[in-house]
Ligand binder design. Structure first.
Ligand code: GLY
Length: 346
């Protein structure tokens, strides 16, 4: 049995599974249609474009009996430990002081538990620390020094996360900064220019209809120290409801936080939308809640944002502001697909 299901949530999990056998979407808005649930025969996993190796690994693990959250965390760890992925974990791009601060969160549908860390320094795998918060505490989000002390107490190693490549990128940014930082001009005319903004999100459902989600990132490059994005915010960077589905995001966190995008996407699926339509609808809400300085002359966002989603039946999809890609594992193969998108170009 997984270390997650073996802990205190197990009783609740089995009860939940029994209830799911005769599933009708509960607790939704009054107009919510009844949705008949038939989980997929084989695991289905959906992720951001950089998650191809991750969905493949998670798919193999779930197929051999691994818990969905354990499996997708093994999937995102591939990127966290890869020094060439400058958006996640080891080798991620630093903040404006040259310090790498990592964010991650996860949810385990069967036990209805969540864990997260924000602004975590010197630990390569924040997704695993987030899982430990889920497993071993009554809290959900630990940040900064407290998150690091928590990780060290469980034997995580304190390590230098900067690579020569990311150090050179930071030195180059620092030498050229000015209008390209996070401090707004007094005039309010300052345009936020595009900057490296990566992340990995993975969501999975197995043949028993058990769902989990995880998102991990080094966040916005050159951010103000202490800035926390959407990734560790449950309901924004990822969200999972074992009765409905899961969703997660990559892209400009500030835009997503205001829309509670992962939660909203799951709620859209609860109301009967397909995963792709649910994600597109969330993006429309994001545009509607975007302040003028972040819209161009055509009223389109000056930033990118993507959502990835799946439901309990194993239907999956993804949508983005502008053309983008996502990874998925279904049947027995992993592949990269094009997202649905709101706008063809800026
Ligand atoms: N979505 C990642 C971030 O904004 O930090």
């Amino acid at each position: 049995m997984s270390d997650i299901l073996s802990r205190r949530g197990f009783l609740g999990a089995t009860t939940g599974l029994a209830a799911a056998a005769a599933f009708r979407v509960p607790a939704g808005p009054p107009e919510a249609p009844a949705v008949h649930i038939r989980p997929p025969a084989k695991p289905v996993i959906v992720a951001s474009g950089n998650g191809l190796r991750g969905v493949e690994r998670a798919g193999q693990l779930i197929a051999t009996g691994s818990d969905t959250l354990d499996a997708i965390i093994e999937g995102v760890k591939i990127q966290e430990l890869d020094p060439t992925d400058m958006s996640v974990g080891y080798g991620g791009l630093p903040n404006e002081d040259g310090v790498i601060q990592l964010d991650a969160s996860c949810m385990h549908g069967p036990t209805r538990r969540a864990g997260a860390v924000g602004a975590l320094e010197n630990i390569k795998t924040p997704s695993v620390v987030a899982k430990y918060v889920l497993l071993y505490t009554d809290h959900i989000l630990l940040v900064g020094e407290g998150a690091k002390r928590f990780a060290l107490s469980y034997g995580f190693q304190e390590e230098d996360l900067m690579t020569e490549q990311t150090r050179q990128r930071w030195l180059s940014w620092r030498a050229n900064r000015s209008g390209r930082d996070d401090w707004l001009d007094v005039s309010g005319e300052h345009e936020m220019v595009a900057r490296p903004h990566g992340t990995i999100n993975i969501n999975a459902v197995n043949a028993r209809g058990e769902i989990s989600s995880v998102t991990t990132t080094s966040g916005l490059a050159w951010k103000i120290p202490g800035r926390v994005g959407d990734s560790p915010i449950v309901g924004a960077g990822q969200y999972c409801d074992n009765d409905v589905g899961a969703a997660g995001s990559t892209g400009r966190g500030e835009a997503n936080i205001k829309a509670c995008g992962a939660f909203l996407t799951v709620e859209n699926m609860r109301r009967g939308m397909s995963p792709t339509d649910a994600a597109l609808e969330t993006l429309r809400r994001v545009v509607a809640t975007t302040e003028g300085r972040l819209l161009n002359e055509r009223g389109r966002p000056t930033f990118g944002l993507n959502f990835y989603a799946l439901n309990k039946n194993g239907e999956f999809g993804a949508a983005s502001m502008y053309p983008s890609s996502f990874s998925a594992f279904h049947g027995e193969t992993a592949a990269v697909h094009d997202t649905a998108h709101l706008f063809e170009g800026r």
